[in-house]
Write a protein that binds this ligand. Structure first.
Ligand SMILES: [Zn+2]
Length: 97
């Protein structure tokens, strides 16, 4: 028979397992997408510009879908987006450039 403490810890355990499973599922999904790209022959190609993703980058992160340049550009754009909201003048200057 379980007493209350056992129930609580087993509930905790199952919620922890659930969270791990979710993370695992997300990772598996990414791995599967990578495998699919290997099958299609597009693994290691940047989805943005079609350039080869650096092998060292792929070794560190086999699920990478963008080359360093595009990734950096993406991050810059995200940063610009945030800055653009904060300083309207900077945003309009950049749009002109
Ligand atoms: Zn790229």
């Amino acid at each position: 028979m379980y007493d209350e403490a056992d129930l609580t810890s087993s509930e905790l355990e199952s919620s922890m397992k659930m969270r791990l499973k979710n993370r695992e599922a997300l990772f598996l999904k990414k791995i599967n997408e990578s495998l699919k790209r290997i099958e299609e022959g597009s693994f290691g190609e940047c989805q943005e510009c079609g350039d080869e993703i650096e092998i060292r980058r792929l070794e560190a992160r086999p699920t990478a879908t963008h080359c360093v340049n595009c990734k950096e550009q993406q991050e810059r754009l995200e940063q610009l987006h945030i800055d653009g909201h904060r300083h309207k003048s900077i945003g309009s200057k950049l749009r002109l450039a």
